[in-house]
Design a protein around this ligand. Sequence first.
Ligand code: DGL
Length: 265
Amino acid sequence: METNRNSFIGVFDSGIGGLTLLPALQHLLPQEKFLYVSDDAHAPYGLKSREEILERCNIIVQALIDKGCKVIVVACNTATTNAIETLRTTYSIPFIGIEPAIKPAALNSKTKVVGVLATQGTLSSALFTQTSAAYTQDVLVVEQVGNGLVEAIETGPLDDPKLATLVGSYIKPMLEQNIDALVLGCTHYPFLLPLLKKILPNNIQIIDSAEAVAKQTHKILKENQLLCLTQETGSIQYFSSAKNSSLLGFIPKEAEVRPLTSDPA
Ligand code: DGL
């Protein structure tokens, strides 16, 4: 399919996590048309091998390109840190990824201790290790794998006391080490913000990368002369690899979720 400035921006994640990037993207790019893919039939990605993650990314990216996407936002830290370099060399359209924001966290830290909550796949990736080494020489990074969090967020409810206990157990060692910033290194985790705000003392900054990703997407579109030219308000269409998508509880009631293989409306 031929792409042009007025065609779609693809956004994908293993599930509902990438939804946490959409408000920032729509705010900066109000005229753009987004196609959101939730790969919830294959979630979570966090415990998959790099090869498995790459295989899922290739299937989704090809589907988004077939639907006419002009750029793709990899709205998943696990997919970005494991696959974005390969995606960039395989496909000719631009990719924008998301990584845990340890650079701003480390630069602003007064206690020189920051916490990072992310998936096993992200924390063990070469890209995360490189970024962490480059920006945190004088800072202690307390890494914590958020085992079970993506699954709990996908199935809900978000006010389940068991989820609160699990999150609390991950945060405790960070508090004991005196962090003053908590980096949310998974796009699902902003769904935990109400819970985190209850658990964390006020002086601890919670950092996610949504705004940075939106700014970078705007920059890439501009540089590549791909910013949409219409004056009409943009839109979001939703696709899923699962029959009963978890997206349904999180998107506007009137929105439809279509099979990944179907065409945009
Ligand atoms: N939202 C994905 C991320 O940012 C979740 C990964 C998973 O499915 O485990 O890493």
